[in-house]
Design a protein around this ligand. Structure first.
Ligand SMILES: [Zn+2]
Length: 322
């Protein structure tokens, strides 16, 4: 957001150069400069009260900027109660020529710069506190800076509290719902596999690909916590889905190969059958194949759709004190 030329110019003026802008005191005024696409923006902070004189000052400043529009390629400007923003097209040369002129007009119309607080107008002894709103810097006295910090903290904690109240996290419930629906779909797939025409590998692949996406969507809709917790929840629900599917698949396989009736499944005494017969090749090859494909598809899907979740964590507050 700040190019080489602007960086150099700001350094020459003795301003502080940060990643996104340059700011500091120039000829008695707190100045902020930054680049936007092929444009240079300069903001000069000042103090105005609500008086009639202030309105006249604003008007006079506006008039004097108007006169410079053509000569200094001013694309846009905005005179506000606590500062003026001027956008200059392209060249740093025009900006460097215009900045001293702008500061002169501020002084001429009777604006007060960094010697007073731009919020309350009281005289600043020592160095002014610099508050950044978006990028623009505002010079504040100690008590206004303190007030601002308190306000910021309050806003932040209010926002957090509101967030917590309005968005009760039900991420676990979302994962549970998806697990139940997914497991049912899996059981049907394996039942079709065993009792049907024998090969549902594509269906298994699609299911394992789609379910993490559905789980992630539902998890977000139900305000589940972000970050690692989300990844873990989606992975675990996917894994359990496949395990449940395999369990039932093995059961169906057993019933089918032994000509046993479905009633066998209803008696808890038989529920360990899929584990007991694991050695005797009960996990028949098609089911194992499908389970592997499922794990693979699930992993691809999770990787594809969860990668952007690492990014969006905390958004920092817009107002900062330098
Ligand atoms: Zn103040």
């Amino acid at each position: 957001m700040i190019g080489k030329a602007l960086q150099q110019y700001a350094t020459d003026l003795g301003l502080t150069v940060s990643e996104k802008c340059a700011y500091g005191v120039f000829n008695g005024f707190l100045v902020t400069m930054y680049d936007t696409v092929s444009k240079k923006t300069v903001f000069v902070n000042y103090y105005l009260d609500d008086s009639q004189e202030s309105a006249v000052r604003k008007f006079n400043l506006s008039e004097s900027i108007k006169k410079s529009i053509d000569e200094y390629q001013i694309e846009d400007y905005q005179v506000e109660d606590n500062g003026v923003t001027v956008i200059i097209k392209d060249s740093i040369v025009k900006l460097s020529e215009y900045l001293p002129i702008l500061i002169d007009s501020l002084t001429e119309v009777g604006m007060t710069g960094i010697s007073v607080c731009s919020e309350c107008g009281s005289e600043i002894t020592g160095e002014a506190k610099k508050a950044a709103v978006s990028l623009k810097r505002y010079g504040l006295c100690n008590s206004c800076a303190l007030e601002l910090i308190q306000k910021m903290n309050k806003l932040e904690s209010d926002a957090v509290a509101e967030d917590e109240n309005s968005k009760k996290p039900h991420g676990f419930l979302a994962a549970l719902i998806c697990f139940l629906v997914g497991s049912a779909a899996w059981i049907v797939t394996y039942a079709l596999e065993v009792f049907g025409d024998g090969n549902n590998i594509i269906l298994a692949f699609l299911l394992s690909f789609i379910f993490p996406i559905i789980t992630i969507k539902l998890y977000d809709m139900m305000h589940g916590s972000k970050g690692k917790k989300k990844i873990a929840t989606v992975c675990v629900s996917m894994f359990l889905m496949i395990v449940v599917g395999m369990y039932f698949g093995s059961f169906f396989e057993y019933l089918n190969s032994n000509g046993a009736s479905f009633k066998l499944m209803l008696d808890p005494i038989n529920w360990s059958l899929p584990f007991e017969s694991a050695e005797t090749s009960l996990f028949s090859i098609p089911i194992v194949k499908e389970a592997l494909v499922s794990v693979l598809a699930g992993a691809i899907s999770i990787l594809l759709f969860i990668s952007n979740l690492f990014k969006s964590k905390n958004v920092s507050s817009k107002i900062e004190l330098d």
